[in-house]
Ligand binder design. Structure first.
Ligand code: UDX
Length: 467
């Protein structure tokens, strides 16, 4: 690559695991290049996770600056500095708006970094739209990271401009003229993007952050060109700012920094299943999904009846958890605590992933060549599920009992789809395709691969050189 000398990148992830983890992988990737130093901004409460995640990275190359998260927001429970710990995602907007109060503190720290050697560029989360103003004031280019893929980004933008669908029923299929192969429904999109929500705090938040993104220098996308070329090319032809594919970022994990440690119980359980010659389905719905107790019970019945062994990470609290543990005892293991998801997906016994299709989870599964049973819950996940099942063919899709992409899913559907993924004919095809996809992803991240080269190019073009 061209010589990159003395580049100092400021990273500012949003305060949720799904947004923070890929940025931390990006930090690792940046540090694999000579001459780059990184500073990560976060809050006090999020800092221990970040420091632990970064682990053995050379301290002289990376530093973490902790900002004070506002403690006096009436809607928010005191001490909560991550959306993962909010009692309900209905508090997302007050939380996201509260981050704006960190702006003066952020700018003070940015100024002192600028005087002590300079900042080449800021890569901050799209939800932290106010950092655009801070970057502008300091004359530093800002790149935006959302954590979503080109497909979701492109389709959502096109939909927002093509109003022909407005007024359709939520499950009524329609086509966007530039993508005639895709049968979409309004239910695939958040109300704020599909034209059914045109005012209110969420709408205003999306407007505000989108305007800030439009003023930025570019988008850093956690995906790889070979698998989304049609959408990335379309996006860069039709929209600004330019999008750069530099992922799958989760592959940064295995490149240089792994170290041995004590095996957690979940891995020991998987070892045991492997020794028994059993294939395991991994079941997890990310860090934020809110699933009703009724749905959890139905899921347990379906999993149990599928007769497949499964490892189920459940975030819900209370009595329902004990009930589930009792119900699935023998066939499944229910895990309550935070697990190392990549380590689980990499385990030889794991042959399927029932997932909410958060984009990190989907990518992690693809990279480990594990086929996906897509059960999206919120945000971009419905579009991710379409990408995974309909476009890439690396997963099967769970639909609600009434055929909609949203709604209650009966145990008979869970049972049937689990069997299909793990043993069925359609599953066979999906297993083959996910293997190919995994190989392509790994190739993209090699030093001669598309994502590696794109990141080099992005740094060279966007980050200010100081000498
Ligand atoms: C959210 C959105 O749902 C997602 O679509 C968006 O792209 C990012 O923000 P989240 O719901 O948290 O993300 O899911 P996901 O994108 O899958 O990210 C979760 C991350 O946490 C993954 O990297 C996963 O490996 C990790 N994780 C989760 C663990 O390592 N252990 C756990 O126990 C749970």
């Amino acid at each position: 690559m061209d010589s990159i000398t003395s580049v100092h990148v400021v990273l500012f992830p949003f305060m949720s695991k799904g947004h923070t983890i890929p940025i931390l992988h990006l930090a690792r990737l940046l540090l694999l290049r000579t001459g780059i130093t990184v500073t990560i901004f976060t809050t006090h409460a999020n800092s221990p996770f970040i420091r632990q995640f970064l682990g053995d990275i050379q301290q002289s190359l990376i530093s973490v600056i902790e900002l004070e998260f506002p403690s006096n927001i009436p809607e928010l429970p005191p001490g909560v500095e991550s959306t993962d710990h909010l009692p309900s995602m209905s508090l997302f907007i007050p939380f996201a708006n509260a981050t704006k109060l960190m702006q003066p503190d952020f700018e003070r720290s940015l100024n002192s970094l600028s005087t002590s050697g300079g900042v080449s560029c800021i890569i901050s989360d799209g939800f932290l739209g106010w950092t655009q103003q801070s970057a502008h004031k300091s004359g530093i280019p800002r790149l935006v990271f959302y954590g979503i893929n080109n497909y979701a980004m492109t389709i959502t933008k096109v939909l927002a401009m093509d109003r022909s669908h407005v007024g359709l029923g939520p499950d009524e299929p329609f086509i966007l003229s530039d993508f005639p192969w895709m049968k979409l429904t309004l239910n695939d999109f958040l109300p704020v993007f599909n034209g059914s929500e045109t005012e209110g705090p969420h709408f205003e938040f999306v407007m505000e952050t989108s305007i800030a993104t439009a003023k930025s220098q570019g988008l850093v996308v956690n995906s790889f060109y070979e698998y989304e070329s049609a959408y990335l090319d379309y996006y860069n032809r039709e929209f600004i700012p330019k999008a750069w594919c530099v992922g799958p970022l989760c592959l940064a994990e295995v490149q240089k920094f792994d170290r041995p440690r004590e095996k957690p119980d979940s891995i020991k359980w998987l070892d045991q299943k492997l020794a028994e010659g059993r294939s395991v389905l991994y079941v997890a719905f990310g860090s934020q999904a809110e699933i009703t107790e009724e749905q959890l019970r139905e899921m347990a019945v379906g999993l149990e009846r599928s007769e497949v062994s499964f490892l189920w990470v459940v975030r819900s609290k209370g009595e329902v958890l004990e009930e589930l543990e009792e119900k699935v005892k023998g066939r499944g293991l229910v895990v309550r605590e935070w697990v190392n998801q990549v380590e689980i997906l990499r385990h030889e016994s794991v042959h399927g992933f029932m997932s909410h299709c958060g984009w990190n989870s989907a990518l992690e599964s693809i990279c480990e060549s594990v086929p996906i049973l897509a059960w999206p819950m919120m945000a971009d996940q419905h579009l991710n599920a379409r990408l995974v099942a309909d476009e890439l063919g690396v997963g099967l899709r769970i639909l609600a009992s009434n055929g909609s992409v949203r709604g209650f899913v009966g145990s008979e559907i869970v049972e049937k789809m689990v069997k299909e993924l793990m043993e069925g004919e359609k599953g066979e095809d999906v297993r083959r395709k996910v293997k190919e996809a995994g190989e392509a992803a790994r190739k993209a991240m090699e030093e001669s691969g598309s994502s590696w080269r794109t990141l080099d190019q992005l740094i060279n073009e966007t980050c200010r050189r100081k000498d």
